[in-house]
Design a protein around this ligand. Structure first.
Ligand code: NI
Ligand code: MN
Length: 225
């Protein structure tokens, strides 16, 4: 499993020859100007919630690639009206796709489209694929519900927001990694706007002191599990 950081909360996940995009917000992110959305491959697009900074490129990429949008019922219904195919889910539900299983899990946040359309309740994704399991938390506060995840899934990586203000910050992300029983953390949702700028070295040091590894990738950089 290869995971590429496209800035903010945008990820590319490759499982064998299948390409999955998560929360594409690239063309409107000046920090991600090195990434051309027209060159991104996508068989599937996962959307955690409907906020602008998670969906801005969904329509263009889905229409170009014919990818399937996987999200909650309200978000998938929104895109179906635009002629985009989707797979609707809701919290606690799991489905087996060709790359592995996806479970839509709780997040504590809000979710509305830029035009005010209701975006359902926000969520995160637990993905079990190719013998590697990851949890992408989406925009969320620290929540006790995270403790449910390791009861069923041994995680190889947890992707957590670390920018604070709109989501959990560093200290709560450390607790979240305890809750999900995973010490390998990919941080996201930081530095994009003034409200969520972080001190990278201080953040890594805080995780290090708890015997945890916080990775903060450059935009376009990837890791392999
Ligand atoms: Ni949000
Ligand atoms: Mn966000």
């Amino acid at each position: 499993m290869k995971i590429t950081f496209y800035g903010h909360a945008s990820l590319g996940i490759q499982v064998n020859d299948i390409h999955i995009l998560v929360d594409p917000f690239i063309s409107a992110n000046p920090k991600a100007s090195c990434i051309d959305i027209n060159s991104l491959k996508a068989d599937y697009i996962l959307v955690t919630h409907a906020h602008q900074d998670h969906i801005v490129d969904v329509e263009a990429i889905a229409k170009r690639t014919g990818s399937l949008v996987i999200s909650n019922f309200e978000i998938v219904s929104y895109y179906e009206k635009l002629g985009i195919e989707g797979h609707p889910m809701n919290h606690g539900g799991k489905w087996n796709f060709e790359f592995g299983s996806v479970k839509y899990v709780n997040a504590i946040h809000t979710s509305s489209f830029p035009d005010g359309t209701y975006g359902g309740q926000p969520g995160g994704f637990v993905i079990e694929g190719e013998h590697k399991n990851i949890y992408i938390a989406g925009d969320t506060a620290l929540t006790y519900d995270m403790k449910l995840i390791p009861l069923q899934t041994k995680l190889d990586l947890v992707v957590l927001p670390v920018g604070d203000n709109f989501t959990m910050g560093i200290d709560d992300a450390i607790l979240a990694s305890d809750f999900v029983d995973c010490d390998k953390i990919l941080g996201y949702h930081f530095d994009t706007f003034g409200y969520i700028e972080i001190d990278h070295e201080a953040a890594k040091q805080k995780f290090f002191e708890k015997d945890k590894d916080l990775m903060l990738l450059e935009i376009g950089e990837f890791i392999e599990l």
